[in-house]
Write a protein that binds this ligand. Structure first.
Ligand code: SD4
Length: 322
């Protein structure tokens, strides 16, 4: 097929587009896993919308930690890292977990030690920007932290903290009780179909702003952030604390396996979540082994995604959400 490889990714802004194109080029050179990892790494290096890679989503302590997942449908080989500290290349470390271990998911400081053992170098993930965010956020002191769902202690002069709405444009509270930042763009989720019509899928993310330290999102969880098998692949973005309760990527791929078209499969996956959490915000992108793709989203004002082909074209679509 002259169009192969084909790559689909979440979010329609510049860095994500570049990552999508890079994934196609790298897949041509080195196959679907190389393409996937190079694509995800491109977003990490470009700090796509500051939601991928270093310099984004500081936790309560001001530290940025990374989540990533890589999934090869061939042989169902999977590697992931969660809450990775001080290492910028989360997708490559996830690939290392897949290639060099029999494990699937490594977490926290231990994931950092593993990364160092295979040659990655520790670097600070905070930037002047994230330091200023955390300072502004702390200035909303003595108010409830929405991630904690607790009341403030009026006698305390500092935390638990709350984001400063005027700074961060937080506009609503989602069904799980968390603040939703309507203007934010998120996680890169990617599905690659290579020259042999084999599929890889994966994610890279720095998670959620001002999260409780140790929080892990959906992105590194197989079946939640991404999933792939010989029938198709899917990847998700959005409110990971809610999404990981529904395994939307697994659900979407399972639907495609039953013969459902990608668009319908993603819609069903999103609707299952909306049935319980009507204000949930997120999206699923999917592609089947024929190269047909589909996308569904909820409560995002025009969700963007990218599709890139072998001839170098990248299409960025914006769609209305449920
Ligand atoms: C997470 N799903 O950590 C990721 C990030 C994201 O909206 O896409 N946030 O929850």
């Amino acid at each position: 097929d002259d169009n192969l490889p084909v790559v689909i990714t979440t979010w329609g802004s510049d860095g994500f587009e570049k990552a999508t194109k890079k994934a196609v080029d790298a897949t041509l050179l080195g196959g679907r896993m190389y393409g996937l990892v190079e694509g995800l790494s491109t977003c990490e290096a470009l700090q796509c919308d500051t939601t991928v890679g270093y310099g984004g989503s500081p936790d309560e302590n001001g530290e940025t930690c990374l989540d990533a997942l890589v999934f090869d449908a061939e042989g169902m080989r999977v590697g992931a890292v969660a809450n990775l500290h001080r290492i910028r290349d989360a997708a490559k470390v996830a690939w290392g977990v897949m290639n060099y271990t029999k494990h699937t998911l490594l977490v926290g400081e231990s994931a950092t030690q593993f990364a160092k053992s295979i040659g990655f170098v520790e670097q600070e993930l905070a930037t002047n920007e994230t330091k200023s965010w955390i300072e502004s956020w702390k200035n909303g002191k003595c108010q409830p932290n929405f991630w904690k769902n607790v009341s403030p202690d009026p006698s305390s002069s500092c935390g638990p903290y709350k984001p400063n709405p005027s700074v961060y444009k937080y506009t609503s509270v989602n069904e799980a009780g968390y603040l939703v930042e309507k203007t934010n763009h998120d996680t890169i989720g990617m599905v690659v179909l290579d020259l042999e019509k084999k599929i890889s899928a994966g994610t890279s993310s720095n998670g959620a702003r001002f999260k409780i330290p140790g929080r892990v999102g959906d992105s590194p969880v197989p079946g939640a952030g991404a999933y792939a098998n010989s029938f198709g692949g899917a990847a998700a973005t959005g409110d990971g604390d809610v999404m990981m309760r529904f395994l939307p990527s697994f659900y979407t791929v399972s639907q495609m396996e039953l013969g459902t078209k990608p668009g319908k499969a993603t819609t069903k996956a999103i609707k299952r979540i909306l049935a319980v959490y009507p204000k949930f915000s997120g999206a699923v992108v999917a592609m089947n082994s024929n190269g047909n793709f589909g996308v569904a989203c909820a409560n995002i004002n025009k969700f963007g995604y990218n599709v890139a082909y072998r001839n170098g074209t990248v299409f960025t679509f914006k769609i209305a959400c449920l």
